[in-house]
Design a binder for this molecule. Structure first.
Ligand code: SF4
Length: 353
């Protein structure tokens, strides 16, 4: 089929997604990758200018997970030689968040291994959010704690979590191939709970796990149904000691095509270039900034990332700017859907009950 990139851009500016056939063609070699990056880059600049938002991950509890996600070094049975520890204290997390914020991070992602939080874990996270806010009142805090039980999203929102992150990772048909201990629908349910509780939802993908082009496109449509504010795009970090530890399928061009496709599917949404960018995009990372408007600063959950100095230099050299805490990330129309809580816990105003 003939792909008209200008037409796809026009539709994306109107928040319309490509069709399945168009999306599949973009993943093939019919369109030159640089033409595709240039087209999707116009959409990125329309909604996000040249700003790059920096986020940082704090791994609150590492390893020893009872779940069996094949891509994860913290999974049941993993022999990866990763750091393993139980919950760090709120003060340790607050110190790490403070350092990250001073280095430019606008969002702090509090992540913990496990199927989902126990009730006492919600208390720990609430204390941690309080400790972080004491030092850095303006950072956005995102919780990423696994599957939520009824009521936990409300509790996290009341504790001051701005966002909740839970990736779909791969499409529904493929899900049982990467995990047997929970389902795709379990994940969808948690994202919906977070959204319903009024948190900004963050849900994305991991590519490089043997998925087909059809799977990549199906996941884009499935994620669009959730209407997330943020879509992290991870490229598999194949860790020794995991079932996918030898899966090195990605090339820089493949990563760029996937990022461009997701920008066209999520024109006004924070497309966040996440784990694996250094090892798979390599020298093409700065091209990816024309597609993603957000990256992680510092290290990942269990593996190390590029240094902050190199990231900041890359952003400036590529002609982008680091988004400040006083700058709005999402375009107005989308931003207005999310009201930052200014009542209830942590304020002198009664809660919304
Ligand atoms: S992705 Fe999360 S739930 Fe799955 S094994 Fe890793 S830590 Fe556990």
């Amino acid at each position: 089929m003939t792909i008209l990139l200008d037409e796809l851009v026009t539709r994306a500016l109107d928040r319309q997604a490509p069709t399945r056939d168009e999306a599949l063609a973009l993943l093939g070699d019919e369109v030159d990758v640089l033409d595709l990056v240039a087209a999707a880059g116009r959409v990125r600049r329309h909604f996000f200018g040249r700003r790059v938002k920096l986020n940082t991950i704090i791994n609150m509890k590492s390893g020893m997970c009872p779940e069996d996600c094949n891509y994860c070094s913290q999974r049941l049975g993993s022999t990866s030689e990763i750091l393993k520890y139980s919950w760090i204290t709120p003060d340790e997390a607050a110190d790490a968040a403070d350092r990250a914020a001073q280095a430019g991070a606008k969002r702090i992602c509090l992540v913990a291994s496990g199927r989902g939080p126990a009730q006492r874990d919600i208390g720990r996270i609430s204390d941690t959010i309080g400790a972080i806010k004491d030092k850095q009142p303006n950072v956005e805090i995102c919780a990423c704690l696994g599957l939520l039980k009824d009521g936990q999203a409300d509790q996290l929102r009341d504790a001051g979590a701005y966002a909740y992150s839970h990736n779909l990772n791969t499409n529904e048909d493929n899900y049982a191939d990467i995990c047997s201990t929970h389902t795709f629908r379990d994940r969808v349910d948690t994202v919906n709970q977070a959204t319903k509780a009024g948190m900004s939802s963050c849900s994305g993908a991991i590519f490089g796990m043997g998925e087909s082009d059809d799977d990549i496109v199906s996941l884009a449509f499935e994620l669009r149904e959730l209407d997330p504010d943020s879509v992290p795009i991870n490229f598999l970090i194949p860790m020794d000691g995991t079932p996918l530890g030898t899966d090195w399928h990605l090339t820089p061009e493949r990563c760029l095509r996937i990022l461009a496709l997701y920008r066209l599917f999520f024109p006004d949404v924070e497309v966040r270039l996440a784990g694996g960018r250094e090892i798979h995009l390599r020298g093409q990372q700065s091209l990816a900034l024309h597609l993603a408007n957000s990256i992680f600063l510092g290290d990942y959950l269990t593996s190390e990332g590029q240094t902050g100095d190199v990231d900041r230099e890359m952003i400036i050299d590529a002609g982008f700017t680091i988004e400040g805490t006083d700058e709005q990330t999402l375009p107005d129309a989308r931003h207005d859907l999310v009201a930052i809580r200014r009542r209830g816990t942590g304020t002198s105003v009664p809660s919304n009950t």
